[in-house]
Design a protein around this ligand. Structure first.
Ligand code: APR
Ligand code: PHB
Length: 393
């Protein structure tokens, strides 16, 4: 068995693990990443693409913000389309100058991978059979198999950045962790195409046929979503069927402006709200999707991962520089306070904009009243905007 040693072992090389690795590297802390998949596989996953200002700032702090500034699109607002009527939500005005940056998570991941490679930092890809040991002692370790070779890694801390299906959360004894979960009775069918976006801003649409979202990755690449029943198979959705259904859910101006083309990717994603508490178990920390999932309405997933990584990198840097335990002790509570607020917002926005099968008539009426109130009240829009641009750390 080969034996390796590092200060912080990071399990998972998605955006959370890579960003943590980069922030720690810049502070002189050693990391090793174990990633189950190949780099190409990680880059092939299509995820959301709206960055809060604080996330963009953290990417700058990690030294990987250059391409985001050059190619990302700064958005001052978005549109709500409610039963054929569009309402502009002016984020900049409602929040005293805050905006968001539209830049795909795939691109963030690519920039982080390039920085890690340029710095010569170690990542073991295709690491199978990862298991974690001794994180309730002062000598945690992990074992895995890479290219048929068994490897043991000794470390000071383990950062579980391995997503919802990872090994980190699953390694915690059942009695030490509690999870909260809600699964929504519909999914999102997403389509990516090399076509110009329908407008300059995102359009979140509510319609009697279901929710729709017009988003983008650039001025030449669009991302669209449709609410579909969970039973729906991607194979049943030809590109033409997708475009026809989207047009039906848009207002005439947007439907007329829609440029269609062949899909580059199409997939159905379930919607879930999930939080595991706490987020630290001795020398094991959970961060990002390993600890929480939000439904995608509002694009909080990557931004929450970034705030966890911010708190975790600070805690570890403080520990190595000053031998302080304070950040480590407070990590879980700090993260969870922000996470629950973003969970609330994502649940609220999802509940407001989707059709719920078998819903009682009164619930439908109450939601309609809330929507009418929202688009007619500057105070209500301000609350929405404040959450959309991201709550402060
Ligand atoms: N061992 C090693 N790596 C693993 C293991 C394992 N047992 N299990 C999973 N992984 C890897 C996955 O292959 C993946 O690359 O961990 C990585 C986790 O990445 P993500 O799922 O992207 O999670 P995270 O980095 O926390 O990013 C959060 O992703 O899902 C979106 O909305 C979410 O935008 C948010 C972001
Ligand atoms: C996306 O572009 O994929 C996207 C944008 C905004 C959301 C969700 C997804 O709220």
């Amino acid at each position: 068995m080969k034996t390796l040693r590092t200060q912080v072992l990071i399990v998972g090389g998605g955006p959370s693990g890579l960003l943590l690795g980069q922030l720690l590297h810049r502070a002189g802390v050693e990391t090793l990443i174990l990633e189950r998949q190949t780099a190409d596989y990680v880059l092939g996953r299509i995820r959301a693409g709206v960055l809060e200002q604080t996330t963009a700032d953290l990417l700058d702090q990690a030294g990987v913000g250059a391409r985001m500034h050059a190619e990302g699109l700064v958005h001052d607002g978005f549109e709500l389309l409610v039963d054929g009527q569009r309402h502009h939500v002016n984020l900049r005005e409602l929040t005293g100058g805050k905006t968001v940056v539209v830049y795909g998570q795939t691109e963030v991941t690519r920039d982080l991978m390039a920085a890690r490679t340029a710095a010569g930092l170690p990542t073991l890809y295709s690491a199978s059979e990862v298991s974690l040991h001794g994180f309730d002692t002062d000598h945690p370790s992990a074992r895995c198999v890479v290219d048929g070779e068994a490897i043991e890694v000794h470390c000071d801390y383990i950062a579980g950045c391995d997503g919802y299906h990872g090994v980190s959360r699953a390694s915690v004894p059942q009695g030490a962790i509690r999870s909260y979960e809600k699964v929504y009775p519909f999914g999102w069918l997403g389509l990516l195409s090399d076509t110009p976006p329908v407008g300059h801003e995102l359009i979140y649409g509510r319609h009697e046929r279901g929710f729709s979202l017009c988003s983008m990755r650039s001025n030449t690449r669009s991302r669209y979503y449709l609410q579909v029943p969970l039973t729906e198979q991607v194979g049943d959705w030809s590109d033409d069927r997708f475009w026809d259904e989207l047009r039906r859910r848009l207002d005439p101006a947007a439907a007329g402006a829609l440029v269609t083309g062949p899909s580059l990717e199409k997939s159905v994603a379930p919607l879930r709200s999930f939080v595991a508490e706490p987020m630290r178990f001795g020398r094991l920390f959970l961060a990002g999707d390993a600890a929480h999932i939000v439904p995608p309405t509002g694009a909080k997933g990557l931004n929450l991962a970034a705030s966890d990584v911010h708190y975790l990198s600070q805690a570890l840097i403080e520990h190595y520089r000053e031998r302080s335990q304070a950040g480590i002790e407070h990590y879980s509570a700090r993260c969870l306070s922000r996470i629950w607020k973003a969970e609330r917002f994502s649940w609220w926005f999802t509940s407001l904009m989707h059709n719920f099968p078998d819903e009682a008539d009164i619930d439908a009426k109450l939601r309609r009243a809330e929507l009418e109130y929202l688009v007619g009240s500057e105070a209500a829009l301000r609350v929405m905007a404040e959450n959309y641009v991201g709550l402060p750390w």
